[in-house]
Write a new protein. Sequence first.
Length: 237
Amino acid sequence: MRLLLVPGFTQTPASWDGVRTHLDPTTDVHALALPVAASFVATAAALAERGGRGAWCGYSMGGRLALRLALDRPDLVTALVLVSATPGIDDAVERDARVAADDELAASIERDGTTPFLDRWLAQPMFVNVAHDAPGVAERTTWTAAQLAATLRTLGTGTMNPMWARLHELTMPVLIVTGDLDEKFTAIGDAMARQIAGARRGRLACGHAVPLERPSELAALLHDFTNAPASNTDTAS
């Protein structure tokens, strides 16, 4: 089985190391770096070219890209796992507000630099359960301020066309995973599962950063799902 892992904002492929450690050694695992092209759609296309065919699993921003990839290139997606992800913001006013907020944040990164921004970013309540020595945390400093700012402006939730209305197009097996302490994304995950035929729903006892907080449990979900996909099944831990 070929498994492709896509990290979230500020992360590198090393952020998946904890999950990879607990996967079956026979799994052909590829943790990918986030390409940043001219647009959200173009970045998803670049990711498709880089990764090829297999089961795709994306976390947060990586989940949004994996979802877009699955809609645009279903021939490359044998199964789809969305971890703490969203199909976007339906309301145009909210999207515009998010674009403005992300642009302001990007400007602060350009002004202050990578390390001060990462310190503030990881100090947010949604990452309170992420250990300072969690996989990939140190590697995040390899991002330059310009790269992080460009990523926000190109791949932010407000810049992408919302995909809620297209969820019914997904025909491959889909698993949606969230942490029970992450109320916002748990509600989003529940809403997505209702709109995707046969979607499986996984819920773990953690917050937003599922791959870093519960790597072994997430690896178990990935193994069970990709080896024996089933429909309309809830999984909790």
